[in-house]
Design a protein around this ligand. Sequence first.
Ligand code: URA
Length: 262
Amino acid sequence: MDEQRRRHYLAVMGVQNWIPQAVDGVGSKGKATSPEAVVEVSQVLSAEEIPPWIDEVPPVGNERATGSEPDAAIPQGNPVSRLGWDGLSRQVAQCTACDLHAGRQHTVFGVGNREADLMVIGEAPGAEEDRQGEPFVGRAGQLLNAMLGAIGLRREQVYIANILKCRPPGNRDPRPEETLRCAPFLDRQIALVAPRVILTVGRIAAQNLLKSQEAVGRLRGKDAEFEGIPVIVTYHPAYLLRTPAQKARAWQDLQRVRKLLK
Ligand code: URA
């Protein structure tokens, strides 16, 4: 990617003037070393720097920022762990394993390159994703695209999926029984893609994948893995839209991803 394009993506992320040593801001044991020391953040983009779509997209409140008991099991007799892509997407589309199916417009299976080196895992569909049946298509998705662009990746080059395939009402947090019922689908997607690196965005994705109760702020910057695949934890783009000061840390997480993919 040329320098101008990279700078554009960084500007969209709200990160400017990054210092190249930041790539090595991860210590030899994978511990983050004082991100604030190596990354400068522009809190304020000038009007000309902000692409028009930034103002056109709906407010964060309409998206996931980020009930009930399960009423049926994931269909038996054809274990999810042996399904191929077609069977898996069919089972997700037909799933009634928890009550979320009752309120959905669409299941949101996942999108992108099924042979991707990088898999991005989010929380659950928001209103727009539920309408379109595709993950990260709202304002947070536009920031996610810019974040990927900043490390030289187009959305179509990575595989994007969520912890939950159906939208929780009112964008509430997923419930444990819902994540439990849905987990085999994501597990199988990860096995089929077999990415070299996984990037989790937000607390729900990190905690569920890493089976942890820790906050993102404590999980990020550390060595972690899922089934032998390195996992990089970062903040959810919806959170970054509300808290631009954290974009510097997210940028450092992305550089860890880039380094692992090299
Ligand atoms: N937030 C998520 O975590 N996933 C989506 O697909 C959209 C918003």
